[in-house]
Design a protein around this ligand. Structure first.
Ligand SMILES: [Ca+2]
Length: 275
């Protein structure tokens, strides 16, 4: 999938030029070392995680510092989404590559992600695991920015906010180093040609895995005031361009868009939204 920025202003063009210069410099190329070992496919059970809340599907959640919701530490996995598909009969197209149950679910559009959240909320309320104000939903664009470490951004829409900081999910340098995420093969940072199991790489400072890379993640918000497309964040195993992989980059898609590099992450909201 070609995630090309479009409709950007002069400042954005200058930023892209700056990043392109960074990416092509000999100093940064030298950091982009060829991998020499195989990335282990860690089973989730072996990972050391603390301070987490676990739900009925075995999804784990933690509060992002400064945030008001609990984030799933992983992208929604095949085994999570499969439980929903089995219970609801919802159609789901498999990708053209093999996936284990701990890989992120792909080929899910924004409506599919919403339906998953509604189903899981209903199931867990019935089981007494959630109280009435609690619910699962997609993160807002603002919450996702907080989770990836961007803090508060100025601007009125996600589109406005993507033109600001030169920082990536792994830090303030380009390119990413070995095993800093599942990105496109030309970056040579991982051994996965497509998706990778949840928890295959180190979490970010907030304890969340794969915010950058693996699969694009749907957010609740409209991309801009036109209210035609929704926001996706984080890049994927298909992406290698420095501008596209910025922590502040927003991809956009209509609510029925699906792709083999598009998935989602959910949050658990425990209080009613303010009016
Ligand atoms: Ca991701």
């Amino acid at each position: 999938m070609n995630h090309t920025p479009r409709g950007r202003g002069r400042a954005w063009a200058e930023l892209v030029c700056l990043i392109a210069a960074l990416a092509s410099s000999p100093a940064t190329q030298a950091q982009n070392t060829v991998r020499t070992s195989t990335v282990p496919d860690l089973p989730v059970e072996r990972m050391s995680v603390t301070g987490l809340v676990e739900n009925s599907l075995g999804m784990k959640f933690r509060t992002v510092p400064g945030g008001k919701v609990q984030f799933s530490i992983w992208e929604t996995r095949v085994q999570d989404y499969e439980a929903f598909v089995m219970a609801s009969g919802r159609s789901w197209g498999k990708p053209g590559f093999d996936q284990g149950k701990q890989h992120p679910a792909v080929n899910v559009n924004w409506e599919d992600a919403q339906a998953f959240c509604r189903w899981l909320t209903t199931q867990e309320r019935k089981a007494g695991r959630l109280t009435a104000p609690q619910r699962y939903r997609l993160p807002t664009d603002e919450e996702w920015s907080l989770a990836v470490g961007l803090g508060t951004e100025s601007g009125t829409s996600p589109e406005d906010k993507m033109k600001q900081r030169v920082i990536w999910p792994w830090g303030s340098y380009w390119p990413p180093r070995n095993r800093e995420g599942n990105y496109a093969s030309e970056l040579q940072v991982d051994t996965f040609p497509h998706t990778s199991p949840a928890g295959s790489f180190s979490p970010n400072a907030g304890g969340l895995y794969d915010l950058g890379g693996n699969v694009w993640e749907w957010c609740e918000d409209w991309y801009n005031a036109a209210q035609v497309t929704k926001v996706l964040r984080g890049g994927s195993f298909n992406d290698a361009h420095p501008a596209t992989l910025l922590a502040s980059y927003r991809f956009q898609g209509t609510m029925n868009l699906t792709g083999e590099d598009i998935g989602f992450r959910v949050v658990l909201e425990s209080k009613s939204l303010p009016p």
